[in-house]
Design a protein. Structure first.
Length: 537
């Protein structure tokens, strides 16, 4: 047995009055050994992040530890003052957060933010801090580190920002690294790179890692041991391979079974050969004006994209961040106007419609956005949020609100029209987004990364719901995702994009099981845990 570095014993953390339960975590116990990767797994609300926040001294206001202990190398973390926690953070315990854009200061250059870690602990001179920051950027694999060190966070990609967070967490060579969902919002190839990087750095530095995730694919990729949590309690704890191959708790089995399978369903076929959407030679260039210190830029988001979608069909648009897939979706719903090419919907020239003519036709194609919370007005009750589109298009308010009630019932949220967005979970908010898209009785729905940020079990529920609604309402679907395995579960055909171009397209089974292009194979190989044998359903 390796030496225990972190020992959590009978920890309970109480939630404020009025919460959905009394405790965020209740009587949990587990250890993390030196040099070990421990994955803490569970859905949103399972309490998996709360213990990490407690040991970092970062519990939210009104949330407090009411029992138990957190022993870090002989030191009781629950008894520390705020100053003692500040001295510990970064120096002996580092943390990588889920969303680096919110964790990084948008007004500070990357090099200065890494340098702040040393400054907070009175380490190194200003010149030495910049030199060490550059070394860290090289170590975490940032391309062009000399340029990146002078960049602001918004000038970097999501994967690059996450690497900056890792560099900051490693700056003082901590003994324990906490990684809280660090790959959830990343595309599969970037996710694979970050997992490889964390594993490599853990081996080189001999750190212990507490890796918090909802994805058993990630567990199969990197974990030594795994702790499964549900509703604030531990339901299973053991060696990763044992839990993966022989899960004892039904909830653990459910999480494993929720991972999209490599068993691809037979193509269901479309209702008709009649084209609904026809796209030909679509180009889109984004241009930014230059300034005194900033040159003008041109980004070719789409290059000669062509495909057609027939009524009743689901087509998956797959690619990494920056591939152009979301720009294509926004062009189809006319949130962006293409520069060249043709775009028609049931024979109507959809590309050149403007003003009132566009408003009249736009109800025919609707969009489900990636982040339902950001796309819902937090001050508007969800029933009205769904009814607003029909009301704007001439439907009487009582009729529109009644329609909203029907749609909420249809997506499994009946009787919730008077609630606000913050009163729902992430999966429930996505169901509201689906209901809002259906309110206009569209022929085509564009789902832009509609399940990428959801827990795997919730993701499976949303995919089943989309398929059920598609059959019930005779819808067609353009499904945008970075995960080929997810696309293959729901789509009839798949289009793979890279750098704004279509590099491969064909029936879902063929593209997934026998890809022709090297880039498609790269996307498949990057899916976490795909090469590992998980428990049979």
């Amino acid at each position: 047995m390796r030496d225990t570095l972190l020992s959590i014993r009978h920890l309970s953390i109480a939630l404020p009055a009025g919460a959905d339960r009394d405790y965020a975590v209740e009587d949990i116990s587990y250890d993390v050994a030196r040099g070990e990767i421990m994955c803490v797994v569970g859905e949103s609300g399972s309490g998996k992040s709360m213990a990490a926040n407690a040991l970092m001294g970062l519990l939210p206001k009104g949330v407090r530890a009411t029992g138990g202990e957190i022993d870090f190398d002989g030191q009781d973390l629950l008894s520390l003052t705020e100053k003692q926690h500040r001295d510990l953070r970064g120096l002996r315990i580092g943390m990588i957060f889920q969303e680096p854009m919110t964790a990084l200061n948008p007004l500070m250059r990357v090099g200065d933010q890494i340098g702040e870690v040393f400054e907070a602990h009175n380490r190194l001179t200003p010149k030495e801090r910049q030199a060490r920051a550059l070394e860290l950027l090289v170590e975490v694999g940032i391309p062009q580190p000399e340029k990146a060190i002078r960049a602001y966070p918004f000038e970097l990609s999501g994967g690059q920002r996450q690497r900056v967070m890792i560099a900051m967490a490693l700056a003082l060579e901590p003994e324990l690294l906490i990684a809280d969902e660090p790959t959830t919002a990343l595309d599969v190839t970037t996710q694979a790179q970050i997992l490889d990087l964390i594993g490599d750095l853990q081996r080189r530095h001999g750190m212990a890692v507490m890796f918090i995730t909802h994805d058993f694919g990630v567990v199969a990729e990197i974990a030594d041991r795994v702790c499964v949590m549900r509703h604030g309690r531990i339901v299973e704890l053991g060696a990763a391979q044992t839990v993966l191959s022989s899960p004892q708790d039904p909830y653990t089995r459910d999480l494993i079974e929720a991972i999209p399978s490599d068993v691809i369903p037979e193509a269901r076929g479309a209702e008709t050969d009649t084209p609904l959407l026809e796209v030909s030679g679509l180009d889109k260039v984004f241009r930014s004006r230059g300034g005194l210190f900033k040159p003008s830029r041109e980004v070719h988001a789409l290059r000669d994209v062509s495909f057609s979608l027939v009524k009743g069909e689901t087509i998956g648009i797959v690619g990494e961040s920056g591939s152009g897939k979301s720009t294509l979706g926004r062009c189809v719903v006319r949130l962006e106007r293409p520069d060249r090419g043709t775009l028609s919907l049931s024979g109507t020239d959809f590309m050149h419609l403007r003003g009132e003519a566009l408003r009249r036709e736009r109800h025919r194609v609707q969009m489900i956005f990636q982040d339902p919370y950001a796309s819902l007005n937090p001050r508007t009750r969800v029933g009205m949020a769904i009814a607003q589109g029909p009301i704007a298009n001439g439907m009487a308010r009582p009729e529109a609100l009644a329609r909203a009630d029907e749609l909420l019932e249809l997506v499994g949220l009946g009787g919730t029209a008077d609630r606000f967005p913050h009163e729902f979970s992430g999966g429930q908010r996505q169901r509201i987004g689906i209901a809002r898209a259906l309110a206009m009785n569209p022929e085509l729905i564009v789902a832009d990364e509609a399940v990428s940020a959801l827990d795997v079990s919730i993701q499976a529920q949303i995919l089943d719901l989309l398929e059920e609604l598609k059959q019930k309402l005779s819808l067609s679907l353009l499904f945008i995702t970075h995960d080929l395995r997810v696309a293959a579960q729901i789509c009839d055909r798949i289009i793979v994009m890279q750098h704004g171009r279509v590099v491969e397209q064909g029936p879902a089974r063929e593209v997934f099981l026998a890809p022709r292009e090297a880039y498609t194979r790269q996307l498949l190989e990057a899916i976490p845990g795909r090469e590992h044998e998980l428990a049979d359903a």
